[in-house]
Design a protein around this ligand. Sequence first.
Ligand SMILES: C[S@@+](CC[C@H](N)C(=O)[O-])C[C@H]1O[C@@H](n2cnc3c(N)ncnc32)[C@H](O)[C@@H]1O
Length: 356
Amino acid sequence: MPDAARHVLLSGEIDKACPFLKIYVLDGGMGAVNDLIDVRVDDATSEIQELIVGLSEAPRVIPTVYGYDERGSDLYARICDLETYYPYRTEWELLAGNIDSICGLVKRDEIVELGCGTATKSELLLRRMSSLSPESLRYVPIDVSEEMLMRTSARLAGSIDGLEVWPVAGDYHSGLKVVEQRPEASRLFMFMGSSLGNMSEQKRHELLTGIRSAGSRGDVLMVGVDFDKSQSALETAYNDPPGHDLWHHFLTNRLACLNRLFGGDFDPSVFQSRLNYNTEACRMEAQIWPKVDVTFTLPELNLRGVIKADERVTVDTSHKFKEDELDELLDAVGMRIMESYEEPSVKYALLLVEMT
Ligand SMILES: C[S@@+](CC[C@H](N)C(=O)[O-])C[C@H]1O[C@@H](n2cnc3c(N)ncnc32)[C@H](O)[C@@H]1O
């Protein structure tokens, strides 16, 4: 049975039970991890549809979401350790260097993080916030990568006293619907790692609208934003430095992920990869291409095709914002910037955005 179908069953069972049932509490008087809420069933149809359209004809596209199976998530975590990859390091430094100011402005009893990954940056904030208040703090991480989500949840609950973790496996939108149905709370939403740039303009609008409806007036969104900069700086950061091949495997691993999910026969080893900056669109474009013609079949999707030698397949994009580009969008969805922590040397900002 393909994973997508297994998730449908899993999710169906969980939906019928009490979704917020607490199943185990870690020993040692630390925090607690609640039952996983799996909402991937709601996403499967549209994600698969997007994949079928993307792979059916040139210019071919594999949606970003297929980059984050267990191996893809691990590879991304290792990319974050590369000296050249400034977004992770910069965001970490902005958060650590301004943590008192942030905690002064953001007093929340629930933190909802979209695409938590390893949550090593959020951990700084969760630790500080829980040390400042005797009340227990709730953390609701949402991520498509179930394995990473559960590892992160267990690590945080196991090491932060009084932290209650409510993991949600699924797409941002389905996860936000779960949050919307939860009891009202004052919330901090986090969307880190410049992930807002990984979506089209329309999807950015839809996502911010979804966050706004899951939140209430006065709630805050913390978001990492990467600005337009020189092509060479970006291409250095988003490609493997000499002696490394993490980016390459991160990008071509999507083919292995499709093989596993849909019974496919891609051979990732015949593909090359590169991230280029499209200066007109202000967008990093991650592409893979085969050295020879490749015939592929994805039987579970009834899909068969030929990718010609050197034909580019886009597997990820990352928009780099112009100054003030976000203001209009935030205004349109009922939000406004309340504080901006910036690192001018690499043109990166951590924004606190208030819901109006
Ligand atoms: C660029 S990483 C950022 C991870 C972490 N927030 C950080 O700042 O280091 C993106 C994360 O979002 C998750 N993700 C990607 N697309 C998603 C989607 N559509 N819905 C939910 N999670 C998604 C991935 O599994 C991954 O953990």
